[in-house]
Design a binder for this molecule. Structure first.
Ligand SMILES: [Zn+2]
Length: 69
């Protein structure tokens, strides 16, 4: 289940969100630098309880979240 969390960043398109969520395990477990699908800057991963968010390192770019791992 995918949910977009409250943020100053904007909502990604469906394609961007899918890319970001697919990239999450690579960022979280392998420590890879995955580029943002929109601007090419590094994506950041943050775990919050049993949810996580993937966001661009640019605060004016995009962010998405996923609940219930
Ligand atoms: Zn970006």
């Amino acid at each position: 289940m995918v949910a977009t969390l409250e943020t100053t960043r904007s909502k990604p398109t469906r394609e961007e969100a899918i890319y970001m969520i697919k990239s999450a395990p690579r960022i979280a477990t392998l420590g890879e630098n995955v580029p943002c699908p929109r601007c090419g800057q590094t994506l950041l991963y943050e775990q919050i309880g049993n949810s996580y968010v993937i966001e661009c390192s640019d605060e004016s770019c995009i962010r998405t979240g996923c609940r219930g791992i």
